[in-house]
Design a protein around this ligand. Structure first.
Ligand SMILES: Cc1cc2nc3c(=O)[nH]c(=O)nc-3n(C[C@H](O)[C@H](O)[C@H](O)COP(=O)(O)O)c2cc1C
Length: 196
């Protein structure tokens, strides 16, 4: 029961994540992402963590979908990782910005072709009549790019969330869970524990 506050929080984050990956958990990089809509209405969904970029956490999505629009209009967001069998949780709050275009394009190029087609096919968050209409659109996109490299759609790309608060939660018996917090100050991190 000791936590090294002298380390950077993202080093702890990488250790926790590696533990989850080494444990062979399903979707260890899955994280809940909360955004803020109009009138302060929150919404949350799962996205996949896709690596660190300049001290921030990245994920990819459609910029025109609900989360994309909410994040662009109100760039405050929160993330939560939970790995039940490890009894560990990490909560992260901060500000998001779009990743540079070349970074998004480089990542898009590494995606499986079917996922690339999917990105062009889906007008994320929009109402659709049925699944069939999506399959028809998928076939059209497939045909359009047949034999060609599929470019990154202009409406698709990454965000990076720059943390201003990170909390590491470790479950303990009797609900005396450990909570270790890093809160950003102008000159570094304020570190402290919170009551469970
Ligand atoms: C395990 C898992 C991983 C997901 N990863 C992503 C992702 O990386 N990017 C994404 O846009 N949607 C991802 N989704 C789908 C989102 O949860 C969500 O349904 C979608 O992005 C639409 O959200 P929105 O309408 O709030 O924008 C994932 C869903 C699950 C269950």
């Amino acid at each position: 029961m000791s936590f090294d506050f002298s380390r950077e929080p993202l080093q702890h984050f990488q250790d926790f994540l590696k533990q989850a990956q080494d444990a062979g958990l399903s979707e260890p990089t899955g994280m809940a992402l909360a955004s803020v809509g109009e009138n302060g209405k929150p919404s949350v969904r799962t996205v996949l963590f896709k690596g660190l970029y300049q001290n921030g956490l990245t994920f990819y999505t459609n910029y025109e979908g609900r989360k994309g629009q909410e994040l662009l209009a109100r760039p405050q967001a929160a993330l939560s990782f939970w790995w039940p069998s490890l009894e560990k949780q990490i909560r992260i709050e901060g500000v998001v910005e779009k990743l540079p275009r070349d970074v998004s394009e480089a990542y898009f190029a590494t995606r499986p072709r079917l996922s690339q087609i999917g990105a062009w096919t889906s007008q994320q968050s929009k109402e659709i009549p049925d699944l069939e209409s999506l399959v028809v659109k998928q076939k059209e996109i497939e045909k359009k790019f047949e034999g060609k490299t599929i470019p990154c759609p202009p409406f698709w790309g990454g965000f990076v969330l720059i943390p201003d608060e990170i909390e590491f939660w470790i479950g303990r018996p009797g609900r005396l869970h450990e909570r270790y917090v890093y809160k950003k100050l102008s000159h570094g991190w304020h570190t402290f524990m919170r009551s469970p």
